[in-house]
Ligand binder design. Structure first.
Ligand code: GDP
Ligand code: IMO
Ligand code: MG
Length: 428
């Protein structure tokens, strides 16, 4: 497939980074189309582990053009730190490009994120406090500052000062907190923009030319379908569009140019931050999954909430994203459980439903209906290369996902490394 999006089918952290790195081998371009440094994508190559927040997971090959699309909100400080982190480890970042239409995160976005979470108290979202929501808010409000603005230092500074002044009013008068220092921020950012100018370009033109030339383009989603601002568990979600529909909006390729969508599905469910989670396990099984799967956030280090696989979610996700196939990750984490459960429907007011409700109050009244499957004993599945060599119960688990969702599982991941990947279908 010449254009493919790899995106999370659940609440993020499904293993998109690993899959993107794996599939990028055959790609010419790897493109992020939404989010910012709230993402944390882990890639393991040999004995080395890398954690990326902004830079696409195709960077490790050296020859792939890696793009931060217009749909991103970019914190230049984090970006420069990430470039340094990679360069210090011998990874070349010369092929990085940033859309001239991407928005910039400033310290007032981060401050407002933090203040708003504090104000919400027990009702907080549990954001990554990276300023993501406030930056997207400015974009929609039409007061944001974009990458193209950094080439005009004078107007950049004037707009930045105006924004800081306005935000300080909010920070003082609404939140009763201390003002940010405009001179310090201006000086800091005038420094950053000099260092990032060389990466900024018209990535929309670049990508549409690449589409015309039949180049191979991978889009790397951040977050996941249930964190999508429209289709997720509102308001406990992020402020962008991780879904496949977001690819066109966040990169500028025409919507008909996208040929496929790979839904990355963790073999169970996890979530960081607050919000509803029908199959959550607040017991020793949940704890065991967290320990075995090392379910701690890549960006914030927070313990991820864990629960059984939810087919209702996957069906909804498949509907919205039009998945051409699934990649099921972390199947190895489930090894050793005698019995496994998957949620095949929700019971609501005595009836079984298999659609995902919009209202969180309705969702809270839904009780998961489980089907029980046999577990498998082999604790170490990592050296298996063929699907047929997996324990039979593990194969049956995957086949049951296919039956219930009507989406084929093209890839099964049994460990964080490139080699720990079983390919059942040609994806890219
Ligand atoms: P992303 O945000 O979707 O890229 O996922 P994260 O990197 O935040 O979290 C996924 C974690 O699981 C990372 O630590 C990966 O190295 C790891 N991982 C990915 N696939 C597998 C797998 O099949 N098995 C195991 N055990 N770990 C995996
Ligand atoms: P990757 O790309 C998991 C969650 C936060 C919070 C909510 C809003 O690694 O899968 P935000 O800072 O975006 O305003 O936070 O979204 N969240 C993620 N959860 N994986 C992520 O990214 C996430 N990015 C944001 O925990 O609940
Ligand atoms: Mg992550």
């Amino acid at each position: 497939m010449s254009t493919l999006v790899i995106l999370g089918a659940q609440w993020g952290d499904e293993g998109k980074g690993k899959l993107t790195d794996y599939l990028a081998k055959k790609a010419d371009f790897v493109v992020r189309y939404q989010g910012g440094d709230n993402a944390g994508h882990t890639v393991e190559i040999g004995e080395k582990q890398f954690k990326l927040h902004l830079i696409p997971s195709g960077i490790f090959y050296g020859d792939k053009i890696c793009i931060l699309g217009n749909g991103l909100v970019v914190n230049p400080k984090s970006l420069l730190e990430e470039i340094k982190y990679l360069n210090d480890r011998g990874i070349n970042t010369d092929n990085l490009k940033i859309s001239d239409r991407a928005h910039i995160i400033f310290p007032y976005h981060i401050k407002l994120d933090q203040l708003e979470e504090e104000r919400k108290g027990k009702d907080k979202i549990g954001t990554t406090v990276k300023g993501i929501g406030p930056c997207y808010k400015d974009k929609v409000e039409r007061t944001g500052i974009r990458m193209c603005d950094i080439f005009y230092n004078e107007s950049f500074e004037a707009q930045l000062r105006e924004n800081i002044k306005n935000k300080n009013e909010i920070i003082n008068k609404i939140y009763g907190s201390e003002s940010l220092n405009a001179d310090e921020i201006v000086e800091e950012y005038l420094g950053y923009i000099e260092m990032i100018k060389k990466y900024v370009t018209d990535t929309t033109a670049l990508l549409n030319d690449a589409v015309k030339e039949g180049k191979s383009i991978l889009f790397e989603g951040a977050q996941g379908t249930f964190l999508d601002i429209d289709f997720g568990t509102y308001p406990f979600l992020t402020s962008s569009h991780p879904i496949s529909g977001g690819v066109s909006i966040g990169s500028g390729i025409n919507p008909f140019a996208l040929k496929g969508a790979l839904g990355v599905v963790k073999a169970y469910t996890t979530r960081v931050g607050r919000g509803p989670f029908p199959t959550e396990l607040n017991d020793e099984i949940g704890d065991e999954i967290r320990e075995k799967g090392h379910e701690f956030g890549t960006t914030t280090g927070r313990a991820r909430r864990c629960g059984w696989l939810d087919i209702v979610m996957l069906k909804y996700s498949a509907q919205i994203n039009g998945f051409s196939s699934f990649a099921v990750t972390k199947l190895d984490t489930l090894a050793g459980f005698e019995k496994l459960k998957i949620c095949v429907g929700y019971e609501l007011d005595g009836k079984i439903i298999n659609t995902f409700p919009a209202s969180l109050e309705t969702l809270a009244r839904c009780k998961p209906v489980y089907e029980e499957l046999d577990g498998w004993k082999e604790e170490d599945m990592r050296n298996i290369e063929k699907f047929e060599d997996l324990p039979k119960a593990a194969q049956d688990y995957i086949k049951r996902i296919e039956e219930l969702t009507e989406v084929s599982v093209g890839i099964v991941s049994i460990g964080p490394k490139r080699s720990e990947t079983i390919i059942r279908e040609e994806i890219m």
